[in-house]
Write a protein of this length. Structure first.
Length: 132
């Protein structure tokens, strides 16, 4: 009796679960290929050097980065930071309590918890009715 489609999907899911980050030996590897040896994605703050190595982002504020030649470039930053156009590192917003800053238009898109965004995104003000 052959395997049903459902049984095949369950077996595939079990195989994928068994190749999670705990199956390989590459430090800071988030996920492995089906062979369980080659890293295909690194933890936050690391970039894939090759299938057997995850290198640290050059900037501690980077949440994701890439390595292009010898240049380690931030592609996204932790909350409250952004990558300025043409740069490879994270910078803090010039707007206090800004969580997501649009560097192209120099406005805040989202404020930190407990703060409200002004019209036009120029500032973040403390909410008077915010309860922790």
């Amino acid at each position: 009796m052959g395997l049903t489609t459902t049984m095949k999907l369950i077996l595939l899911a079990l195989l994928l679960i068994s190749t999670s980050s705990s199956s390989g030996s590459v430090p800071n590897c988030a996920s492995y290929s089906l062979d369980g040896v080659s890293c295909i994605d690194c933890d936050s703050g690391y970039h894939l050097d090759d299938p057997s190595s995850c290198g640290s982002c050059i900037d501690s504020y980077c949440s994701a980065c890439t390595l292009s030649g010898a240049v380690n470039t931030c592609t996204s930053c932790i909350s409250g930071y952004y990558v300025p156009p043409g740069y490879f590192y994270c910078a803090t917003s010039s707007i206090s309590n800004c969580n997501v800053f649009d560097s192209t238009s120099s406005i805040c898109l989202t404020c930190n918890a407990g703060y409200i965004l002004s019209s036009g995104g120029a500032s973040c003000s403390m909410c008077s009715n915010f309860m922790l």
